[in-house]
Design a protein around this ligand. Structure first.
Ligand code: ZN
Ligand code: ZN
Length: 380
């Protein structure tokens, strides 16, 4: 079964606030809690699904990644190859808010130092069908977050206006000890003083107000590899959003490739498929059909005499490039019989005159049906 959209699971809008996400989770988690639905496997699955959606959407970094990439994230999903395991939350936890630490410690518990890295960005881009054959350079324009031009992405008006945070000493994360009943729990969270940035700005830049970034239309040039398939993501390292508050590393920019439809070809990997309508005389007597082709030279399809509708003709080596430089794929041409919708009276008369020569006699149908079936079975 296809994985459902997290927003759909929590029955919320994509622009819902953190408070709305939490409220939706509480309501749905209570309704589907296993204690309330004993022996109901469906409710249990829903409960797990709701937990997973909340785990991601309640974490700003994970939510941003999900908004960009959906379920198919580069480098795998946030829960590792095994997927989400589900966590044990009691009904009491749902009322008291005791579930929050479970989810907040789910990601980024490694090391306690978050890397100050900007968000990844994904852009969809459609290329012409022919470009799959040759690959080539493409250019697009998009409005993206880039380092502020006025302060060179520092965030401060002067180079000396950026200082390492005294509280977290630049790590952006602090460890707090919280007493819960008889236990002391260690909680790692964003430094409250610098809001996780690891640095403070004493004289914010006037243009970006210390944010260190601005939105600007960017010309992005990139190379499309030949043989590319729909959904391929090209990664432009460090062309994504700048790190929050300057410093750190820029995120990556991904360009997801879509491919325009061709007027008649369907694609199957490096092979192409098409249908060719032919008149009865062309099937009977044979012909050569010449069509303009994606590689610039005409595609000549030789139809042998006595061809039948439903048969296929292979044109070798004129499809898309095969992986690892092993030549080009083939084109499969499916023969069809073109039957005109309307014919003139004169033609009708002429064909009627020929009818006795080319049609099947009523008494012969049984033999023809049997012969056709024999042939079909032999060919399988
Ligand atoms: Zn700090
Ligand atoms: Zn600035």
């Amino acid at each position: 079964m296809a994985k459902r959209d997290y927003y759909e699971v929590l029955e919320i809008q994509r622009d819902s606030t953190a408070a709305e996400v939490k409220k939706a989770f509480r309501t749905l988690a209570r309704r589907n809690h296993p204690d309330k639905n004993p022996d109901d496997a469906e409710a249990e699955n829903r409960f797990k699904e709701i937990q997973e959606a909340y785990a991601v959407l309640s974490n700003p970094d994970q939510r941003q990644r999900y908004d960009t990439f959906g379920h198919e994230q580069p480098g795998g999903g946030p829960f590792g190859p095994g997927g989400f395991d589900g966590v044990n939350i009691s009904i009491d936890d749902l009322f008291s808010g005791g579930f929050e630490s479970v989810f907040s410690s789910m990601f980024g518990s490694q090391g306690g130092r978050r890397s100050n890295r900007g968000n990844d960005v994904m852009i969809h881009h459609t290329i012409p069908f022919e470009m799959v054959l040759t690959g080539g350079d493409q250019e697009l324009e998009a409005k993206l977050k880039v380092p502020c031009g006025d302060c060179d992405g520092r965030g401060s008006a002067t180079p000396g206006g950026v200082q390492t945070c005294n509280i977290c000493r630049g790590a952006g994360r602090v460890t707090q000890h919280r007493k819960i009943g008889p236990f002391v729990q260690q909680v790692v969270g964003d430094c409250p003083d610098c809001r996780g940035m690891g640095r403070t700005i004493t004289d914010p830049c006037k243009s970006c107000k210390g944010g260190a970034s601005e939105r600007k239309v960017q010309k992005i040039r990139f190379a499309v590899p030949k043989g590319v398939s729909v959904g391929t993501r090209l990664r432009l390292s460090e062309r994504g959003e700048p790190a929050r508050g300057g410093g750190g590393r820029r995120g990556d920019l991904y360009i997801q490739i879509d491919i325009e439809d061709h007027d008649w070809f369907e694609r199957d990997g490096s092979d192409l498929l098409m249908a060719l309508p032919l008149g009865y005389p062309e099937l009977l007597l044979g012909t050569t059909v010449s069509l303009p082709h994606i590689d610039g030279s005409n595609l000549d399809i030789k139809v042998p005499a006595g061809s039948r509708p439903g048969e296929t003709i292979e044109v070798y080596g004129r499809g898309f490039p095969r992986p690892r430089g092993r030549g080009r794929g083939d084109i499969t041409v499916l023969l069809k019989l073109h039957v005109p919708k309307k014919i003139s009276k004169g033609l009708k008369r002429q064909i009627s005159e020929l009818q006795s020569e080319i049609s099947i006699e009523p008494d012969d149908y049984e033999d023809f049906v049997r012969g056709e079936a024999d042939e079909r079975r032999r060919s399988h």
